[in-house]
Design a protein around this ligand. Structure first.
Ligand code: UT7
Length: 328
């Protein structure tokens, strides 16, 4: 038995933060941002009373509506995020409560930009075991809550958003293979320094702006180009997939140049790559399911799809799946 994605939905806040807006906030310009990253605008959740779970809950509500099932049927909710509403309870708890998934349990999974493919792989195991029939995987991040909008090297990159997929058992198609990696040395190049048990919040950590994303861009870029391209190529090789066999690459949307390098390594034409980075920027755990949502109407049952990601940690990997349904 395999696990298949049987529905996909997303939520994006209405407020747009364009490159022109950022030009007024930091020393940057539209040309630099477009040429170095591919990003034109991103969405920001401005309502200070709303958090990651609110975006995730909206995505899950739409997901269930589309599939025509009740929240009480959900067995498990896994939320990939690095911007949990609070350290505890988990965002999965809060989302399950907000959507009325009273028969479900759940947990958060922390793998930064690879969070969605790590969570998808984990959720698939509960379906493959035969134990569960309906598992919801959410990728959601309110990145604006951990960005320093005076740091031009990071504030141009990220946006807020959420998306979710439903996993159900299937005899054919579904998730076939995964190849996932971690390397803790990556913490030296990309991290949120304070707020955890190593450096709990103090006046000093707040004054030093240690609660926001800190990144040394160049080494992360180099590791991402190699990591995402290699793992995507490897998963094609070990599943005997030639470029013609692959219908779609669904890459994490961190930088257009990283996506281009992966596409070239896989030998795919540009038309087979889902790219929406220009509209949403890097929404961390939400990028891949947001692509699936945006391209859902073009997907056909049996399409060979490779999901690929690289992110903080470092974390990286690829998932090979066959799409399970035609959209009507
Ligand atoms: O998804 C999570 C994982 N993260 C990633 O995958 C991100 C990986 N890294 C990257 O995507 C790229 O490294 C960045 C987009 C972050 C930066 O691009 P880059 O081509 O690596 O630029 P750089 O850091 O080497 O900076 C080049 C120049 C520097 O100026 P000097 O030293 O050459 O005078 C920077 O100060 O560009 C400057 N710069 C900017 N200029 C205008 C840095 N940020 C900006 C900016 N606007 N926003």
């Amino acid at each position: 038995m395999r696990a298949a994605i049987t529905s996909v939905a997303g939520y994006l806040p209405d407020d747009v933060l364009s490159n022109a807006d950022l030009e007024k906030m930091v020393d940057t310009n539209d040309e630099w941002i477009r040429s170095r990253t591919g990003i034109e605008e991103r969405r920001i959740l401005k309502d200070p009373t709303k958090a990651t779970s609110d975006m995730g809950a909206e995505a899950v509500k739409t997901l269930l509506e589309k599939r025509g099932i009740d929240a009480t049927e959900i067995d498990l909710v896994i939320v990939a995020t690095v911007t949990a509403d609070m350290h505890f309870p988990s965002t999965a708890n809060l989302i399950a409560h907000k959507v009325g998934a009273v028969n479900s349990w759940g947990f958060d999974l922390s793998a930064a930009c690879s969070g969605f493919i790590f969570a998808l792989t984990t959720g698939a195991k509960f379906i493959e075991s035969g134990q569960y029939k309906k598992v919801v995987i959410v990728g959601a991040d309110k990145m604006s809550s951990i960005i320093d909008y005076t740091d031009r090297t990071t504030c141009i990159l990220f946006g807020d958003g959420a998306a979710a997929v439903l996993l159900e058992p299937t005899e054919s198609h579904g998730i076939i293979d995964h190849k996932l990696h971690v390397d803790g040395n990556g913490a030296n190049f990309l991290r949120q320094k304070a707020g955890g048990s190593l450096f709990p919040p103090t006046h000093e950590t707040v004054e030093n702006k240690d609660h926001v994303i800190w990144q040394d861009g160049q080494p992360v870029f180099k590791a991402a180009v190699k990591g995402m391209a290699d793992v995507s190529y490897d998963i094609m090789q070990r599943n005997n997939l030639a470029p013609d066999d692959v219908a779609w690459l669904v890459p994490h949307q961190a930088n257009l140049r990283i996506i281009d390098a992966t596409q070239r390594r896989m030998g795919l034409p540009k038309e087979k790559v889902m790219i929406n980075i220009q509209k949403y920027g890097n929404t961390t755990a939400a990028t891949i399911p947001l692509c699936l949502r945006d391209w859902e109407s073009q997907l056909k049952a049996g399409d060979n799809i490779i999901l690929a990601a690289f992110g903080g940690g470092f974390t990286w990997g690829a998932v090979y799946l066959q799409w399970a349904y035609d959209t009507h």
